[in-house]
Design a binder for this molecule. Sequence first.
Ligand code: ADP
Ligand code: ZN
Ligand code: ZN
Length: 700
Amino acid sequence: MGDLEVGALLEVPFGRQRVLGLVVGLSDASDVPPDKLVEPIASLDITVPRDLVEVGLWLGEEYCSTPARGLGLTLPPGVGGGKKIRRPKARKDLLVELTLGGREALGGKGRLGSRQKAILRAVSGGPRAARDLSAEAGADRAGIRKLEQRGLVTTSEVERMRRPETRRIGAPAVEVELNEAQAAAVGRIVDAIDSRDGSFLIHGVTGSGKTEVYMAAVEAALDRGLGAIVLVPEIALTPQTESRFSDRVGEQVALLHSRMSAGARYDEWRRLFSGDARICVGPRSAVFAPIRDLGLIVVDEEHDPSYKQESDPRYDAREVAARRAEEAGAVLITGTATPRPESWVALEHLELPDRVDGRPLPPVEIVDMRSAGSGPLHPRTLEAFGELAEAGGKAILLLNRRGWAGYLVCRSCGHPWTCPSCDVSLVMHREQGLVRCHHCGHSEPMPTDCPECGSATIAQVGAGTQRVADELERLLAPLPVFRMDADTVAAGSSHAQVLGDFQAADSGVLVGTQMVAKGHDFPDVTLAVVLDADGALRIPDFRSEERTFSLITQLAGRCGRGEGGGRVLVQALSVGSPSIVHASSHDSVGFLSGELERRRDLGYPPFSHLIDLVCSAPDEAAVAEISGVLAAAVSGSLPASAEMLGPAPLFRLRDRHRRRLMVKTENRPATVEAVRDAVERTAKAASSRGVAISVDVDPQ
Ligand code: ADP
Ligand code: ZN
Ligand code: ZN
């Protein structure tokens, strides 16, 4: 098998199966008796870079997962074990090359049919793929084989790398001259790349030209022979970012995300691994891109919660990026208009205080819903839409609730319609004639009468995106209304499609959930509206204020980027909340200073680390019992600086009762270890009672 190195992938016998093995360390001796040791069957011709092996092992520990799951994130896409080793197939092309004899034949010696002549002529300028020849010269495989038998051409197989299909969004990037703030930021970053050390937060208002700074930094890294990773929060945003980067640096950009075909992912991974591509653009999983000589990691829109993976291993790509950068001697750049308190205290700030075009940020008006009627739109908001319908222009409306109505309740007896598997209300979806659970996906036909009292009067309480889009359509006709939420995506119109249609329209309204606030740049949006802006504040979570502030500020950022200027309306009930007040004056520094003070008082991140433990099972008594056992085990082993809260009940989800423990700590490594220990000690009792325990370090 030759010399093995860390990162080698092996086929290993395991009982009757063959499993995939990854070499994480080498040793001359073993504690395992010799007869229990096995020889690997084969070694794959593809390996995992050594630094990624270390990241994978670290991640398994850090997030209380297992080494295998941590390492699983670093494998080439599509490569895995099971009964057999799986890996994507490389795609081959048949390359056809003219021989000397072929050249002579073309010159007139020897008899050739017209099609044969066409083929020889097509390859006379150099080798060509058989695939191209069939379109161009009508060549089929049999025809080519005949020519080969006559010695007129030779053929060879070569690999053809698959590239993801990307649809260009927006015009080709033009070279711009950096303004003073951008140039200062780039200068500082380039110095850091040269000294191979530095972590930055680019705090730039929306439209301040952050992407230009990233691109200049990436170019500087390339100039020094170093590679770069650029993380974006949404797969939907990758084509846009990828095209901006490829316009600047060409073929060296690779794309990695889960909606690409398996073959293209595998090929892009290998293009990075071989060094043919030096830059990777993608969502959180691209933090594991196999780039050698990594010089830079960019985390765009670093406030976005999608950087956290919500299934095991529950890693945070921002933390992994910081770790990888540190190990590789790479520079870390995160950027946003609404920094997280965590980055604000940890990273060196680079400020981009103004929009590039010198336009002011749009004025924000808080609309107090305590003085409104019963509809979802306040008279002030209706008035603004009326003006838009008259004057033309575009508007974006954000409502973080999809469906038609929030919930249904019987007007006669008060019976609520709830999910049989989860303790939540069913949401009405009028388009499909259904009520649906947004947690487990359960759905049933729209009820016509109450199962308790038979009454046919059912109240539809609250409004979702469907209802608001419908209402605006009626009010503003013929102004077109576009909707973008998880339901429209499920129904087959991608984000890119809806955004493209909205962009192409002369005027109109885009209605949607938080995805309408992300990243895009339409110069002709003059009105932005947030409904139920404080909806998140009613959820008991210490990040609610931060979320609310960033949602409003990011949406405001989509507005007033063109000549027509813009305005923002924020409908809310708790109009005095710090997040809403500070968002209305675009004051992130003010917001952060208040928020940090509050977090310090309460001992929340960044002044501590949190670990969530959730026990769940169909049997409520079992959950109560095991969460008690777990709580005792955890609290008995925590280091002195850590504190445990709970167990507290969570709402029932997918037929499982749940209880949560929360641990707050200043000593993260010792606490993670103590928690892992406690979970291991409780595992047997838990499994005998059918209770699952999940651990989430840095929960979002
Ligand atoms: P952000 O990411 O901060 O919202 P972008 O980097 O997307 O901003 O820039 C917004 C727009 O401004 C883009 O169309 C970009 O090409 C343009 N732009 C950026 N920097 C400059 C500059 N220095 N001069 C002129 N236009 C610029
Ligand atoms: Zn009833
Ligand atoms: Zn449900």
